[in-house]
Design a protein around this ligand. Structure first.
Ligand code: SAM
Length: 272
């Protein structure tokens, strides 16, 4: 099979041309520019086999990031495996807000709850080299990947394994951020996300179980004047503002994502 035939096959099966080119460059370990100039090149048999296999996976909805093993987030290339949620561009809204909140604080202590690939923790630690960043996850494979991503970018991240506040007894932070699971268990979008870890996506019948737990105890883990910033579903802004108020925090504010949907809500504990 030649390069042009492989691309035509992918197109005939319904894969976008750019995705097909990316799959082929991954399997050939050559840049896209090579592909564009070598339409007639014959694919080695092993490459053709791998290409056909990854084409079938991609058509079955496996995220491109799992096939390439990489995803760019906040300008950083991160390793990604099926153990973690693929970092989403919308989550950069949370990181930008966190960095705004940290302006003017030196050596801030930052906590990322449910770190997954480490996207948020690494992006904050990379932008704020003086920050002391702690990241938690309930999944050991996710935590190991987050720490590998931190090392890749020369960022120091303390990793703690455990469920939400359980590994954090007695610890306080200047900023707590989290993009927890927030999809309702019966949500019709779940089948499209079936290749990502279920525990990274769903949180109870209304999707608010993790947000409830986090908001309820955050004030007890924040320094005076400290801030909590949470990502949530587009229809959960009002509920999360109420959870943050019920958790004893003030100044609830919601920010919108790149698609202009309510995506992140924050609150603060009072200054001493
Ligand atoms: C929506 S993903 C977010 C991952 C990453 N922070 C991001 O923004 O790409 C939620 C993460 O929460 C973790 N998680 C789920 N339940 C948890 C729990 N009980 N305690 C701590 N982390 C949990 C999952 O393993 C997953 O990595």
């Amino acid at each position: 099979m030649r390069v042009a035939e492989a691309l035509a096959l992918a197109r005939a099966r319904g894969l976008a041309r750019l995705d097909a080119q990316l799959l082929l460059t991954l399997r050939l370990a050559k840049p896209r520019s090579w592909l564009l100039a070598h339409d007639d090149a014959e694919l080695p048999a092993a490459v053709e086999q791998q290409f056909r296999a990854s084409l079938a996976q991609r058509l079955d909805g496996v995220p491109m990031a799992y096939l390439s093993g990489e995803r760019e987030f906040h300008g950083l290339s991160l390793a990604v495996t099926p153990a973690v949620l693929v970092p989403r561009p919308d989550t950069e809204t949370l990181v930008d807000w966190a960095l705004e909140g940290l302006a003017g604080r030196s050596r801030p202590r930052v906590l990322d709850l449910g770190t997954g690939s480490g996207a948020i923790a690494v992006a904050i630690g990379h932008a704020r080299r003086d920050a002391q960043v702690t990241a938690t996850d309930i999944d050991a494979a996710a935590l190991a990947l987050a720490q590998a991503n931190a090392r890749r970018h020369g960022v120091r991240v303390e990793g703690l394994l455990g469920s939400w506040w359980q590994p954090l007894a007695g610890r306080r932070f200047d900023l707590i951020v989290s993009n927890p699971p927030y999809i309702a268990e019966g949500d019709p979008h779940l089948p499209a996300l079936r290749h990502e870890p279920r525990h990274a996506l769903t949180a109870g019948v209304d999707g608010l179980d993790a947000l409830r737990l986090i908001a309820a105890a955050a004030a007890g883990h924040l320094e005076p004047g400290g801030q909590l910033l949470l990502e949530h579903g587009a229809d959960q802004g009002a509920a999360v503002r109420a959870l943050i108020a019920a958790g004893g925090m003030q100044g609830q504010e919601t920010r919108r994502d790149l698609g202009n949907r309510e995506r992140c809500t924050g609150g603060m504990v009072g200054s001493a």
